[in-house]
Ligand binder design. Structure first.
Ligand code: AHG
Ligand code: MN
Ligand code: MN
Length: 335
């Protein structure tokens, strides 16, 4: 791997040499990265920047908004609305879609984001992140509607996340593998640290919120029981468990050393298909994971094949090391 390659250079080369990304998409990704840099600054300041704690409001999903949920949402909108690369945005923190104001030029891309993932970890100084997904607006009609966003994840043209942890690292795919860039604060730029990220097909590490065990469905219970049985059980090996409660951080660990992440449907709120959101969390992460050689399903179907029906749609998520995800998915079909 070449040394000291900035995100800018990487994207220019992807555009020039491989024809993988059009100029407007390159601009979009640069702008998203710049916004993440600003969010990272706020996250780093913490109490000094008066960014901790709740904002005293709720989002459309009835979740209490943290100050940083709102700050990150505003940073992403302000950074992206004027550049001419976007038609509209949608966010976990906004009820409807956000149209690019008429005073700015309009582009052909649709940007979706979870501005701040892992909100419960903000105040306790544990890794959090931003997740984003990019679609192209379907041709054939002027203007943008919510319906234009209702495309399966397989239609994404770019997806990524930025983790704000001990390092701030941007992880990106435009459909030709996954690359990681760490923020060099002295240079002020993201620098390529890994290309062709690969998730091992097998693992001995699983991530699930065990406190929900009594609410799970039989196939998930079967899988976790077998992991817990360890070397004496049917798997014949001991498993380790992690649960950070920031999807970004749990997925980043899987990107780095493998593992399986599950936030399945459970009986607490049976009418909801899951907790995580299809458009801002599951789709971008599923594509990244697949691009790194892993798999992602809702227990029955590939996440990227699901046809969304609403912006804030929720979904059951099982993703990570391929053989493990296939095993859990098979347990669902056998049940
Ligand atoms: P968000 O902060 O964007 O609402 O997302 C939190 C999500 C996800 O990051 C994490 O995996 C999960 O919620 C944790 O949920 P539990 O607190 O139920 O474990
Ligand atoms: Mn989230
Ligand atoms: Mn969020």
């Amino acid at each position: 791997m070449k040394k000291n390659v900035s995100l800018t250079r990487y994207l220019v080369e992807q555009q020039r040499d491989d024809g993988l990304i059009p100029g407007q998409l390159r601009l979009l990704l640069e702008v998203v990265a710049r916004a993440c840099k600003r969010i990272s600054q706020s996250v780093n300041k913490g109490a000094i920047g008066d960014v901790l704690g709740t904002a005293g409001s709720e989002n459309v999903q009835g979740e209490v908004q943290k100050k940083l949920d709102i700050i990150a949402n505003e940073v992403l909108i302000e950074a992206n609305e004027w550049g001419g690369h976007l038609a509209a945005m949608a966010s976990e923190e906004m009820e409807g879609i956000y149209l690019v104001p008429n005073r700015y030029p309009h582009g052909e891309y649709l940007l979706m984001f979870d501005p701040l993932d892992g909100s419960s970890n903000i105040d306790v100084n544990v890794s959090i992140g931003t997740i984003f997904s990019v679609l192209k607006k379907p041709d054939g009609h002027p203007g943008v509607t919510e319906q234009d966003f209702m495309q399966p994840g397989s239609q994404q043209v770019a997806a990524g996340y930025c983790i704000y942890g001990p390092q701030t690292t941007l992880v990106l795919t435009v459909g030709a593998g996954v690359a990681m860039f760490t923020l060099d604060r002295e240079q002020g730029s993201f620098v390529l640290v890994q290309e062709n990220v690969r998730i091992p097909e097998d693992t001995k590490e699983f991530a699930i919120n065990m406190s929900n065990m009594r609410h799970w469905d039989a196939p998930v219970k079967r899988y976790v029981d077998e992991c817990l049985a360890g070397v004496e059980g049917p798997r014949g090996k001991d498993f380790n468990m992690r649960w950070i409660a920031s999807m970004v951080a749990d997925v980043h660990r899987i990107m780095t050393r493998g593992g399986i992440f599950m936030y399945p449907w459970d009986k607490r709120e049976p009418h909801k298909p899951g907790k995580l959101r299809l458009m801002y969390e599951a789709n971008p992460m599923a594509w990244l994971v697949e691009q790194a050689g892993g798999a992602a399903t809702n227990g029955k179907q590939r996440i990227l094949d699901l046809q969304p029906t609403q912006l804030h749609e929720r979904v059951s998520v099982i993703l990570g090391s391929k053989n493990e995800v296939e095993k859990v998915t098979r347990y669902h079909s056998e049940a």
